[in-house]
Design a protein around this ligand. Sequence first.
Ligand code: LLP
Length: 427
Amino acid sequence: MNHFELKGGELFCEGVSLADVASAVGTPVYVYSTATFERHYTVLRDALVAEGIKGDDGGDPLIAFAVKANSNLAVLRTLARLGAGADTVSEGEVRRALAAGVPPEKIVFSGVGKTEGELAFALKAGVGEINVESEPEMRLASQVAQSLGTRATIAIRVNPDVSAGGHAKISTGKSDNKFGVSFSEAERLYANASNDAGLNPVGVTCHIGSQITDLEPMAQAFAKMRGLVERLRGEGLSVKRLDLGGGLGVPYFNQPEPPSPADYARMIAKTMNGLDVGYAFEPGRMIAANAGVLLAQVQHIHERPEGKKFVVLDAAMNDLIRPAMYDAYHEIVPVRPREGEPVVYDVVGPICETGDTFTRERALPPLQAGDLVAFLSAGAYGAVMSSEYNSRLLVPEVLVKGGAYAVVRPRPTYEDMLAREAPAPWQ
Ligand code: LLP
């Protein structure tokens, strides 16, 4: 469920008309709904709590929002206020989470290539869990911690060798992916870490991929994780936390409904069968995707003599790269749909490459130059993946709450863009 709806023939975000946002802020622009973020977070938390899934302090489980999905500070603040933690993958993301008011103990630091500097920053900040992805990385974490006179609180990331995920580029849990270690290696590393003066191993973690709409591969991976926790405990090692990685996939179009948060929570409770451990989760897409749209304006309708019709927008692949990169489907809805029979269009951006195509041969309500359209489900992996390719200004972001909205990332000016660079001294 989300809070983008047609009211009186016009698309609204909560109580705000998207046409009003477009005329005040210009297009392209991302628009987010506070109510949708809040709803998705609380529905997930309540579903987990209802199944008796707890955190390692005996309270709510840790829901560490995957900052990579949407790292806008106002968005992170919205979730932090509800009690969310943050799953981060760089010093920049750790800094964002801290700046948004996420307590350091609720920050998880993941990623296969954390540098010495990033580890030192995270340790000084007191992040709650460093997810170690390989033996060399574990050694580095220990060295850095010892040089700072502390111990790194770590979880070992296991690669459960389960196939899942909507697209090869976002599947992570097969043994030929770069992520995590095997189960046998995890047991050895965990035992070593328990005797290491620079490490405090608290748990294990896995993440098998993103946009997963089938619970079966998750259940398989989680059952293997449960076995690992039991084996480690059998060896006398303490395991306080089990971090089950990213969340569910979302419906991008009229496909069969993905499992609900309640189905997900039930599957976990069943798979874990009373395993007494503190649970952590790293969902991104299921919280953010349907909480945002990308608004764009039709520049021209370009009609080829042979009949093909291109809708040329002012948004491009630099603003929303998912269709170009993953062949992703985003629903496109006119902000003020016109009457009339649907027309088959290719919807494209103005960038000089054929990949700058949002969709081919899609039937949409008739469009004219000047019309506004919204790309739905663009709140996750949308603005965060934007760039200035073709020297297009970085796309702004707006957050709506009820009848109010705020520009939470303004559009830079061309002067801002040029001022970041400088001629070389010999020029
Ligand atoms: N935890 C880890 C370790 C991850 O690698 C990811 C996503 C997540 C959590 C969050 O997963 P989610 O709940 O969002 O499924 N740019 C791609 C998605 C890349 C996902 C990478 N890892 C896209 O636009 O589809």
